[in-house]
Ligand binder design. Structure first.
Ligand code: ADP
Ligand code: 5GP
Length: 220
């Protein structure tokens, strides 16, 4: 066996747009947070929203919180890559950070609903990898919304009522994960990211690598 190399060969590639959706409470933000903490190659797309800030949320970290008027101004000036109304509030993805990341070949994570996923899939099909997260049971989904203890009972009931319509979109995604055991669900997401980064059509640097490989004369 040849001795281990100290630096693996790096092949230039396009960035991934990793889209994660689920009914509220299924665990996508938990999975997304863990991925961002463990994988420094991926950055979060911070959405704008007109929803009220939750106690645990920080402006500019979890969301950019906006008034409806501010949101409409952003949307109408084409500053949002996609936008949608979800559970009675507006949400949208700021365009500029995404275009910047993609032009630099960096990966981005999007915690957005099925309407946003559809819009990104239409606009940037080649770069989008989409994952839908399902809860193991509807009873567990309800328990998780209560255990999160960040929303009022009224908000929880709206989200539960909307969950079936959201789940109906599961077939529009590239991958579907059942978040029963969190570690197993996270492992699955990591495997998807790892494999998608290795796809031939994303690795434009492979052309140069293979050309140089074929030009090389082996030294005995
Ligand atoms: P979402 O972003 O999909 O609305 P969250 O990530 O906020 O959901 O998760 C909702 C609640 O469920 C949180 O309290 C989280 O800690 C918990 N949770 C997430 N995944 C699991 C799991 N596999 N088992 C048990 N609880 C979980
Ligand atoms: P929450 O209020 O729980 O943070 O999010 C509610 C829903 O809105 C979730 O399904 C979340 O993925 C979605 N969402 C968050 N940001 C965006 C966004 O920028 N665009 C779209 N379309 N949905 C979003």
């Amino acid at each position: 066996m040849s001795p281990a190399k100290t630096s693996p060969i790096q092949i230039a590639r396009r960035g991934l747009m990793l889209v994660i959706s689920s009914p509220s409470g299924a665990g996508k933000s938990t999975i997304a947070r863990t991925l961002l903490e463990t994988d420094k190659q991926i950055g979060l797309s911070v959405s704008v929203t007109t929803r009220q800030r939750r106690p645990s949320e920080v402006e500019g970290v979890h969301y950019h919180f906006k008034t409806v008027r501010e949101f409409e101004r952003l949307r109408d000036s084409d500053s949002l890559l996609e936008s949608a109304e979800v559970h009675g509030n507006f949400y949208g993805t700021p365009r500029e950070p995404v275009e910047q990341a993609m032009s630099e070949g960096r990966d981005m994570l999007f915690d957005i609903d099925w309407q946003g996923a559809q819009q990104l899939q239409q606009k940037m099909q080649a770069d989008v990898v989409s994952i839908f997260v399902l809860p193991p049971t509807m009873t567990e989904l309800q328990s998780r919304l209560h255990r999160r203890a960040e929303d009022s009972e009224e908000v929880i009931q709206t989200r539960l009522a909307n969950s079936r319509a959201e789940i109906a979109h599961w077939r529009e995604y590239d991958y579907v994960i059942i978040n029963d055991d969190l570690n197993a669900a996270f492992d699955a997401v990591q495997s998807i990211v790892k494999a998608e980064r290795l796809r031939r059509d994303r690795r434009h640097g492979m052309f140069d690598f293979v050309r140089e490989l074929l030009e090389e004369t082996p030294v005995l």
